[in-house]
Design a protein around this ligand. Sequence first.
Ligand code: 0A1
Ligand code: ZN
Length: 877
Amino acid sequence: MRAEDPQLVRLADYRPSDFLIDTVDLDVRLDPVATRVTATLKVRPNPDGREGAALVLDGDELKLVSVAIDGVPLDDDAIEAAPERLTLANPPRGPFELTVVTEIDPTANTRLMGLYRSNGAYTTQCEAEGFRRITYFLDRPDVLAVYTTRVEGPKAETPVLLSNGNLVETGDAGDGRHFAVWRDPHPKPSYLFALVAGDLGVVEDRFVTASGRDVALKVFVEHGREDRAAYAMDAIKRSMRWDEEAFGREYDLDVFMVVAVSHFNMGAMENKGLNVFNDKYVLASPETATDGDYANIEAIIAHEYFHNWTGNRITCRDWFQLCLKEGLTVFRDQEFTSDTRSRPVKRIMDARNLRASQFAEDSGPLAHPVRPEAYAEINNFYTPTVYEKGAEVIRMLKVLIGPDAFKAGMDLYFDRHDGEACTIEQFVACFAEVSGRDLGRFMLWYRQAGTPTVEIRTAYDAAAKTFAIEAAQTVPPTPGQPVKQPAVIPMVVGLVGPDGADLPLTVGGAAASPVIELTEPVTRVTFENVAARPVASLFRNFSAPVKVAADLTDDDYLFLAAHDADPFNRWQAGQTVALRNLVARVAALRASRPQPEEPRIADAIGRAFAPDETDHAYAAQVAGLPSEGDVAREIGDEVDPDAIHAARRALKRDLAARLGDAAAAAYERLSETGAYSPDAASAGRRALKIAALDLLAADGAAEGVARAKALYDGATNMTDRIMALQILSLHESDARAAALAAFEADYGDDPLLMDKWLLIQAATPLPATLDRVKALMAGPRFDIRNPNRVRSLVGAFGGNPTQFNRADGAGYAFVAETALVLDRINPQVAARILGAFKTWRALEPGRRARAEDALRGVAAAPGLSPDVGDIARRALG
Ligand code: 0A1
Ligand code: ZN
């Protein structure tokens, strides 16, 4: 495929496969450079397909050895074989057995898709279209087969031989080799196939399901890392129990395995019964992992485990339906974390993350619907829109139909579609059926890209004792979608009375629901019997993924920050006042006017440091200012990242002056002495302590830097150490240089810790950062073949607001050049780091021109992969 001439795959062109495959017998003889794969497939024409069609199997860089039908080898003229396709023009009209032998080179596979070898171990990654790099196949998710896999390898290098399902046989294969046969009784699409072989350590446990199935649990890690697998194992057991209790879903095999690998393109993969994980999301100990790492491990273990029902038992008909499994599974893992940790804190963190990643994507050239309608490269659609906005859409559905109907709809979905490959329509139909509602308009959330804006006007009529809310919604144009229809937006509201308590909601003389459905361009609602002027609390618990522009004053928001019964909006109110101030500060800076001060922000933020505050995790969120990205999105266009950085620094300085004593007292109070525990309450305490320290060290204040240095030197866990290093890294100082050097000296042999060290340096807002990143790239801690190293250094630099966006364009040039080099090695990861350009059009003209130059350079480069070609082309629009 030429980069300029992409072949688009379109949802509208879907048709069922002409053939089905009922069983797959794989015989894989492992060899570092010449692995031989024999696939025996039971094939039959699909009654829903075209009669008499040719059989066209997908391949990708494959070398064919032989093909046979019902045991009879086929001549060259009966087949057409190419690395990317195997065609049988005249296959039998009835069922037949097809045997295909291919040879592959796992060592040369730097793309990390299909079967690859890293650190001496063999791993597969088949989602989305990696199985076709192992054997020729109908590599599409609506072809479901029962797999039996024989893996054979040398005993010395591959004592562990794993695949999906249950182990049925092991034995000696002669010549120092051995084999294992695995059978997975559950029909599955090829993207869920997995094979792992290597010399791995294992940690074992058991889980008994609600109906009494005894499940062996195994976590495989590099030898010597077994002591870092305990938390992941615990998270597996808690996930299994939670899915039984919250969704009535039990595990369905005799063994559940997780393998940690060092080279992995993404976070983790839900292969049936054999989840493969990026080692960063398995390995943890107090000395090596931060609170954030523990939280990620717990959430990702849960996510992959929950896929067993949402993704594996019920899978996707085609890749356009990716959000069917991903949005739903993110929703489920968010619920798990909410139940396990703090529900309000989780909601705040998810909203922050959605705004930072998805809102940014949705407002730029890479915007796409939750269910895209066309793609050039499916790998580029594992996006915050499909995952996180996909989860928000399900959350809105739950708000609209209520928790009971939502539960009934989920039960119906599991009952009706178990074992099938489904569409979003089939999923939504389950909820329409149980709720009796027409969800036709709701489907717009899946089809329309762009973040809706809701403008709110409120009016209190003291004489009539009414309070009116008028909500006007607009959905902005996005690539390929110039005109939008109004969405169905659930707005959950409260009216907060003068004493801070919620007032009853009355409409038409009767008690009214707090859920207002915005379905028209303008929706009005008038509440009655409102005794005194209330303050409206809008979109409580972030009830819809929209931007809100309300006519509330700073006074109103400060009132909500103090009193709102909804914890999300209590947090949001403080953020809104701070954000308004930051925008005003940026405008003042750009007009060379003095910085506008809003002293009352300190009241809202300072609440976090009050001595009687006991919810430390929540308080840490209250203490955190809007990010530079938040400010950039609020400004919207002609963005100057340096001005935003300076404005935020000025506000922080101002807050430090006002809140320094309270923050210092909180820091002392929260400094712990006991043993480390990763639980949510302890993590919250540390997060608040760090928020206090961050304020004390604002602008490089000497006293704060000294405290950060003391914390670094005396840290007894990695959370404190990394957070201290991160704070020290923000400003040039001797303490900064000394701590960075000490960290490398102490942890240089631990790649996951070196990732943190690379990331902190790449994220530093100092002019020397780019040169430092280039030096680190040439140094011994970096390896361009390892995606974790690339993300930590180049990915983090791409997310550095001031240094990626250097006015001279050198940041853009560096990321573009690196993407081109990486494209030859690992196109998927190369395409991802180019995502740094997703908001380039919102920049001020100078930077915009330089970013465009860099992107044009990428797009014009010869021999681009489909992955990078697609992102460069779409980013340029
Ligand atoms: N399904 C996985 C994500 C995933 C997607 C593609 C991959 O290939 C490189 C790997 C993982 C999940 O949602 O966790
Ligand atoms: Zn997933």
